[in-house]
Design a protein around this ligand. Sequence first.
Ligand SMILES: [Mg+2]
Length: 239
Amino acid sequence: MKRHGRPWAVILDIDETVLDDSQYILERWQTKTPATKGRFIEWCNRRQTTALPGAADFLHEVHSLGGRIVLITNRSEEVCGATRDNLHRDGLEFDAVLCSSGGGDKNLRFVAVQKGLPPSTLPSLDVVMWLGDNIQDFPGLTQVGMREAGDDAYRDFGTQFIVLPNPMYGSWTGNPIRWGGCSAKSPLSAVDRQLGGPRICRPLSKPLAVVHRRDNLSNFPNTCCYRRVKPSASPPRHL
Ligand SMILES: [Mg+2]
């Protein structure tokens, strides 16, 4: 099947889009060890990441309809082989995996797939859909840009752009939260920064504890209120 006379493809991210890394995140909590590049490389080399529900069926359907499947990930080149092994082990079909050779910007790889240029090894493809768990999995989009954009900027979501929710981590954790009189630059930080216990922003009218955080709140000098929750041996509720 060709779309508009041209071969077509679907581009997907890998982590938290077709593979589920929640075990890696859980291990960080259980061992109270922050996520680092080295620990993630070890995790990738274990080849034990499981497929997200529905991923195998979706990818098989794309192939059944005649489309190509290109996986574009910011996993580094050094774990690309292990990642392909992992995908095969989980029965996830694909035609190409493009890992990161440095930097997290995927736009050059998106264009390479569309034009059939290196690092893509496939012919020029008409990309009909992007799927990912981060705004940066979609061409030309950024967290800051979409935060400030109007509703029109979201018109392709749900059809051409499909977002899978990732409550564990992502560029969204850097978004400012404003709740009542409390402003915070990044009160919900990455999981490794939550090892001391999640902090929940509360309206100033209901202070549970008042903490001056001058480290990452220099742009918001007002006092913020946080409820400090003691770390628990049990996994976080979002896993
Ligand atoms: Mg991802």
